[in-house]
Design a protein around this ligand. Structure first.
Ligand code: OGA
Ligand code: MN
Length: 288
C-alpha cells in the first residue's frame, strides 16, 4: 500500500502518514517520498508503531548517518545511536527530569547540525508531556520588513555551553538538572559555531528562521545586549500560537521532525506517570 498523508493542522505544517510499518525495510521510492514530505511539511507523525531499537536505527539510517550525541550519559549503552529521555531511567540510562523543556532545534550548536530527529513514544503519560513544535518557515514568512532587514545575511552564534550558563544563572530550578553536568572533555567538544539566521532548506528551497532560545547566544558583529534583545524578539515571534503544533503522545507514536525548519519544546506532566522516549538523530549539512 502506498503511503498517504493527512494534514493535522490547518496549514501544511505537520501531516500524519499512514500505510507504512516502520519496523519493515523500505524501498527507495518510499524513502524519497518521505524525504520530500519532510521538507514540505516539516513534521511527519506515524501512529501505532512497534519498534525494536535495531528497527528504529535501521529506519532512521534511510535518511543519513546517525548522530552519536556528545553528552553520552543519555545514550543507550548497546545502541549509542539512541538517546533515552525517560523520567524513570530505562535501557541502562539514568533518568532525566525534563530534557528539552525549552525552545530549541536539536544540536544546532554543531557546525553541521542534524537534518532531523525521530522520537518514538515508548511509554507516555495519559495526559500532558506534549511536545510543542514551531514552524520556522512560517516564522520567516511572517517577519516584519524591519526584522527581515535586520536578520537577512547575518549570522548568529550557537553554543551548548552558553545555554548551560545562561540557564544556570537565570533559573535556579535547573540547578539539579543532570544534563548540565558536563566533564571537561565534553565542555571542550562544544565550541561556539556561527550559522545564518535565515537558512535555505536544501530540499524545499524555502527560507526558514534558524535561531532558537536554547542554543543561540548572540549575533555576529552585534553588541551583546542588542543581539540578545533581537534574539528574544525573534523567539517570541516564532512561538506565536498560529505557528505552533502541540503533539499529544500516544504510545507507539513516532514523530519525525525536520530540525532545519522547526523548533520544539517539551512540556510538563505529572511525574507519577512514566514517560520514556527513544530518539534517533540524523546528521545534516552545513546551513546556508
Ligand atoms: C528531543 C526533545 C522533547 C520531548 O527528543 O529532542 O527535545 O517532548 N524532546 O520529549
Ligand atoms: Mn530536542
Amino acid at each position: 500500500m502506498p503511503i498517504s498523508t493527512k494534514p493535522l493542522t490547518g496549514s501544511d505544517f505537520v501531516v500524519e502518514v499512514s500505510g507504512i510499518d516502520l519496523s519493515e525495510s523500505q524501498d527507495a521510492e518510499t524513502i524519497a517520498a518521505l524525504r520530500t514530505a519532510l521538507g514540505k511539511h516539516s513534521i511527519l507523525v506515524f501512529r501505532q508503531q512497534s519498534l525494536t531499537n535495531e528497527q528504529q536505527i535501521a529506519f532512521s539510517r534511510n535518511f543519513g548517518e546517525l548522530e552519536i550525541h556528545l553528552v553520552r550519559q543519555y545514550l543507550m549503552p548497546e545502541h549509542p545511536e539512541i538517546i533515552v529521555l525517560s523520567n524513570v531511567g530505562a535501557g541502562g540510562v539514568k533518568p532525566t527530569a525534563n530534557g528539552g523543556a525549552y525552545w530549541h532545534s536539536d544540536i544546532s550548536y554543531r557546525a553541521k547540525p542534524p537534518l532531523g530527529s525521530l522520537l518514538y513514544g515508548v511509554e507516555v503519560p495519559p495526559e500532558g508531556g506534549n511536545t510543542l513544535f514551531a514552524n520556522m518557515y512560517g516564522a520567516y514568512d511572517t517577519l516584519s520588513d524591519d526584522l527581515k532587514n535586520k536578520v537577512d545575511g547575518r549570522k548568529a552564534v550557537h553554543s551548548y555551553l552558553g545555554r548551560f550558563m545562561a540557564m544556570r544563572d537565570r533559573d535556579t530550578s535547573h540547578k539539579g538538572e543532570d544534563k548540565f553536568e558536563l566533564d571537561e572533555e565534553q565542555q571542550e567538544s562544544f565550541p561556539p559555531v556561527l550559522h545564518p539566521i535565515v537558512r535555505t532548506h536544501p530540499e524545499s528551497g524555502r527560507k526558514a528562521l534558524y535561531v532558537n532560545d536554547g542554543f543561540t547566544i548572540g549575533i555576529e558583529d552585534m553588541d551583546e545586549d542588542d543581539g540578545k534583545a533581537l534574539l528574544r524578539k525573534l523567539n517570541i515571534h516564532a512561538t506565536r500560537d498560529p505557528l505552533l503544533y502541540s503533539h499529544a503522545w500516544q504510545p507507539g507514536d513516532v514523530v519525525f521532525w525536520d530540525n532545519r525548519s522547526t523548533m520544539h519544546c517539551a512540556t510538563s506532566y505529572d511525574p507519577v506517570h512514566t514517560r520514556t522516549m527513544h530518539r534517533t538523530t540524523i546528521q545534516g549539512d552545513t546551513p546556508y
